[in-house]
Design a protein around this ligand. Structure first.
Ligand code: NI
Length: 197
């Protein structure tokens, strides 16, 4: 998820060191993240039943990609793996959290609209209304049960990533007008990229 309003969801605020190296790292990370138009982004991910070193390596790899791409969340579908796994980190200095097989147990009636972006939808920011508070049951990368109670940006980020596991994008959760404008912008970007390729 990249985030606007204060900051866009998934796409983190621009870091202070906007040096060439960080930009190159970001471009390399984005090149490994599936982009709009890739059918895998519309597929439903399958439950994880094996908690092995391979899974933990994937969590580490996704955490690194998310960080390099200046993101605050990333779902396995975005790296082409159809399994119910997501990572996120809201605070720059906190550890990356991995949620495996997350299930929304409860969400508040209170909802809030904020602009969200997505690492798979470059340059797009649309308004999405979501519950402000949630409770999610999930496993960690070792198979341990965990219950996460989250509010605000953290709750928004988790819901955004859980949507990815069901093939749902922010385009599906915004107004018709914003969706049309976003799709137009994405197509123009594609055309521009094809023209310079
Ligand atoms: Ni996203």
């Amino acid at each position: 998820m990249a985030q606007h309003e204060q900051e866009p969801i998934e796409e983190a605020p621009e870091p202070y060191e906007l040096d060439e190296e960080a930009r190159a790292r970001r471009a390399a990370a984005l090149a490994q993240i599936r982009q709009y138009g890739d059918p895998v982004l519309r597929a439903k991910a399958l439950p994880v039943d094996t908690f092995d070193d391979e899974l933990r390596q994937e969590v580490a790899r996704m955490g690194q990609l998310m960080e390099d791409a200046w993101g605050i969340g990333l779902a396995a579908t975005q790296v082409g793996r159809l399994r119910r796994l997501l990572v996120y980190r809201i605070e720059a200095d906190s550890p990356v959290v991995a949620l495996v097989n997350p299930v929304l147990e409860w969400s508040s009636r209170e909802e809030e609209i904020a602009e969200e972006g997505c690492l798979s939808l470059p340059g797009v920011g649309v308004e999405v209304e979501r519950p402000v508070h949630i409770r999610v049951r999930a496993q960690d990368e070792y198979g341990e049960e965990q219950v996460i109670e989250a509010s605000g940006l953290e709750a928004r980020c988790i819901q955004h990533e859980m949507d990815h596991l069901d093939g749902v994008l922010i385009l599906d959760r915004t107004s018709r007008d914003q969706r049309k404008a976003a799709v137009r912008a994405l197509r123009e970007r594609e055309r521009a990229a094809a023209a310079t390729a």
